[in-house]
Design a protein around this ligand. Sequence first.
Ligand code: NI
Length: 200
Amino acid sequence: MAARRGLFYTRPDVPIDADALHLVLYPDPTLRVRAAPVEGVDDDVRKIFRRMLEVMYEEQGIGLAAPQIGVSRRIFVLHVPPNDDDRTLDSDPPSATDGPMVFINPEITALEEAPEAFEEGCLSLPDIRGDVLRPPIATVKALDAKGNTFTMRCGGLLARCVQHEFDHLEGVLIIDRMTQMSRLRTRLAVRDLERDAGLR
Ligand code: NI
């Protein structure tokens, strides 16, 4: 369906029809290109991130990047709720958020400590999960929903989520970063998605 093709939305002069934006699946080409910077937090950008939050909650994800709804712009959203276990708001650095957050033109300004393996999934790669190595602490600088710059140092699942969503803006997916073992284990499922795309 042409309306789902995100490359259409890389041109800032093309108006956004937010209701037409839906989750796109691998191997959609939007997921594979470097997303364009956002010029300013205007009505179109607000429409995009509101729709992203809707889709993230509908799909029960904890994070979503604009390319995943077919929009090749540098925006991601996340909501990593605290749990009774390892996700907390009051640890230093925090590993959860107290609500949804919007990151516009994000930059990862620091990564700390040796990479650790942890199983990740991605809404654009249904039924595929695998171990990805990432540093456990990340600092991200971005514009928030109102266009104000903020910096956040985060750990645990939150740091992982930030790095995963940032990767989407670079056209990078978990299947590129998985350990060799996970890559082998998921190879057939990835091939199935490629085949299904040919049939869609
Ligand atoms: Ni993802």
